[in-house]
Design a binder for this molecule. Sequence first.
Ligand code: MEV
Length: 311
Amino acid sequence: MHAYSAPAKIILFGEHAVVYGEPAIAAPFRALQAQVTATPAPYGSGLSIIGAASGVTLHVSPANDTPDNALIYAAQLVLEALGKPPPDLTLELRSDIPIGGGFGSGAAVSAALMRALSAALGAPLSGEALNALVYRVEQLHHGTPSGIDNTVIVYEQPVYFVRGEPPQTFRVGAPLTFLVADTGVSASTRETVGDVRRLYEGDQAHYGAIIAEIGELVRRARALIEAGGACEELGELMNTNHALLRALSVSSALLDHLCATARQQGAYGAKLSGGGRGGSLIALTEPDLAPALAKALREAGAVQTWLMQLE
Ligand code: MEV
């Protein structure tokens, strides 16, 4: 038996606009992980996937139709890529990544499962092959994903990402401390991405300008992160990015309230992270302020908080 894992991700700047070709900055979030163990099963029993928390067992057939279930689809894509029939194997899945929390749970679960299955078949997938297959599962979850979630989760590196281009890594001039908070509200990225698309198609001049403004802000954020030590300006950019996401309709009263609370408590800036309308937010903070900030955010309605260091 061997365990394979993949981390969650946090988008620091540029979600949603990234779907329209603007850059975004994201980092792996290792405090939360999806993990899959592979155990040989008795001869003839086939391939099954067990959810450790739910106890639900799924059987993977070598079917050709795209299934509704993302786990079955992830397994079938690996079998198809490797040209193998389902082995006699049990894959057991554990994940502490909240679903619909803006943490890339779907991509992390797919990546861990595909790593476990390909390794058990004696043909571990390369990063590039894995990234391409996880992206196909993301399409099932999200419709028109930019590819940022699978990229940061598969390569486990902070990335500056532009849709359709190879991901770029960047230098972090001085470590940055973020407090990550979960609203506890599960939200569908497919829905928020679809709603932004409808707004954009209804008024391309207005929403296109907001999207372009987010792109410009991400380019400035990258330069500031690389230069190091510009927490105040970076915090301002986070606040502006949040306001622009709000103008794209993907914030919520709770996200606005938690971001305002973080700023009142002395954070340099705060914004929602990921698909929005729920899910998570991030606040840039001095490390010694973080405990009081975490307490204030929990009192204001966050269900969980974590520290994340970008270095
Ligand atoms: C979701 O983590 C990020 C979005 O920009 C969607 C995407 O990039 O596919 C909201």
